[in-house]
Ligand binder design. Structure first.
Ligand SMILES: [Zn+2]
Ligand SMILES: [Zn+2]
Length: 146
């Protein structure tokens, strides 16, 4: 199965094979400001099953070891990589070719949720980052899934 996504203007595109490793909402201030959105829906995929298509994105090293990719033409956020998530590419559910097919599994940084944002799902809500959510990132490093 190939999943594809693209930016606002369509010049920067990506695709990956297989299922995402995880799918979540993040409420942290960094995601919020980077996307100018009250909440950001993310999916994580192994870099080895991911590739850029179309125009190459531009990359901002927003802090040491953190690389944020965005479309060089329209500026849309397109991807996130960090030294503390080796082997993983984090993508925005809003960039999916079919965002309606996204299935969020949990929330992270829930303690930073904006008070006016109403959330009534039954998903697990973690107060801390992905690093502390009980999600296996083993998929980033193994070759047995595709
Ligand atoms: Zn674009
Ligand atoms: Zn975040």
């Amino acid at each position: 199965m190939t999943t594809r996504g693209h930016c606002f203007c369509g010049r920067t595109r990506w695709e990956f094979e297989g299922a995402p490793t995880w799918s979540c909402y993040c409420h942290c201030d960094d995601c919020r400001r980077n996307c100018a959105a009250p909440i950001v829906a993310w999916l994580g995929v192994p870099v080895r099953r991911f590739r850029w298509l179309g125009a190459a994105p531009q990359t901002l090293e927003s802090s040491k070891g953190v690389r944020r990719h965005f479309c060089a033409t329209c500026g849309a956020p397109m991807g996130f990589e960090a030294d503390h998530y080796p082997g993983g590419m984090h993508l925005y559910a809003g960039s999916l070719e079919k965002p309606e097919t996204f299935t969020p599994e949990f929330h992270v940084n829930y303690e930073s949720k904006l008070p006016w944002l109403q959330i009534d799902d039954d998903l697990p809500k973690y107060t801390d980052t992905m690093l502390h959510a009980p999600v296996s990132l083993r998929d980033y490093h193994t070759d047995d899934s595709a």
